[in-house]
Design a protein around this ligand. Structure first.
Ligand SMILES: [Zn+2]
Length: 309
């Protein structure tokens, strides 16, 4: 269950798998109710501290709240047999805290920051035409654009039709997955992930400590900036490492080699975060080049998509 979630599958598809294929009884079985899994049950198990053998405590709730948005706070190791590692629980909670995971999220942000501007190199962001030109529904006429930033005059101006770009990338990625084999996942991946998570946590703690010391006058501005930059590099390097390790996880369980199944999964099964994890695992660069002014049509030759080796 946790493996599937960390690979980016939606609560809905995990629930469906539990009910139809896993043969696993739901926790409510035997209490006079049918043994049926619900997405809320799956979520509460995934985010529980006990699943990774840790103790939890209930922080003070605001009126009207039944549960804090990210589950109970974790106190530390408890006496339970862990099912997943504390690092995996941290990653699961981070996913639930992320802004990407909304019910009914449209594919408007599928390629945000994955696609880059061929003129200045900035990540493209999603937007919608205000006048509601064309179409309806969650994907109503949207585009990706290079956002104008006052401090960077070379930025801005470039736009590309969103649905057309999404479709082009979908077709290319499905063709790639239909003709590919899974990358080998390293045996030592678990240790590497734990190590990288530990370094990120330590560096974030160091940044907080330094900010406090700087605020208290214990560090000079120069010392604070040097220390903070070093800690930021540590975090970035560890995150890059995590990205590489997770490549295998993002592709685990996909119907690789089966084009019809891939297309079906892309259209109705995979969530936007899962698709983004798959795209990140596969795509090296996705660049959109400018068109001559006045041309508003989507042209596939504006797009350069390079897969990772
Ligand atoms: Zn640009």
């Amino acid at each position: 269950m946790a493996d599937r979630f960390l690979a980016g599958q939606s609560l809905r598809s995990i629930t469906k798998w539990l009910n139809e294929e896993s043969g696993m009884p739901s926790p409510r079985a035997g209490r006079g109710t049918r043994s049926v899994w619900y997405p809320t049950t799956v979520k509460s198990i995934l985010t529980s501290a006990r699943i990774s053998g840790q103790r939890a405590y209930q922080p003070t709730l605001r009126p009207g709240e039944t549960e804090p948005p990210q589950g109970r706070e974790i106190l530390g190791p408890g006496n339970w047999e862990p099912i997943i590692t504390p690092e995996e629980t941290a990653r699961i909670r981070a996913v639930f805290a992320g802004p990407d995971r909304r019910v009914g999220a449209s594919s408007i942000n599928l390629l945000s920051a994955i696609a880059t501007c061929g003129r200045c190199g900035a990540g493209l962001v999603a937007g919608r035409h205000k006048d509601g030109r064309g179409g309806s529904g969650p994907n109503k006429r949207f585009y990706y654009r290079c956002a104008a930033i006052p401090a960077y005059p070379e930025r801005g101006g470039l736009t590309v039709a969103g649905i057309a770009l999404n479709d082009l990338v979908r077709d290319a990625v499905i063709a790639r997955l239909a003709a590919t084999e899974l990358p080998a996942t390293g045996e030592s991946a678990g240790g590497v992930v734990g190590d990288a998570m530990g370094r990120i946590t330590a560096a974030r703690q160091r940044m907080e400590d330094m900010a406090r010391d700087y605020g208290a006058g214990l560090l000079t501005r120069g010392e604070y900036h040097a220390g903070r930059t070093a800690a930021q590099h540590t975090v970035r390097d560890a995150e890059l490492l995590l990205g590489k390790v997770n490549r295998g996880a993002a592709l685990t369980g996909l119907p690789v080699g089966d084009e019809a199944a891939l297309r079906h999964a892309w259209d109705v099964e995979w969530s936007v975060p899962q698709k983004r994890a798959i795209l990140t695992a596969l795509i090296d660069t996705l660049t959109v080049y400018p068109v001559p002014k006045g041309t508003n049509h989507f042209r596939p030759d504006r797009v350069q998509l390079i897969f990772k080796a």
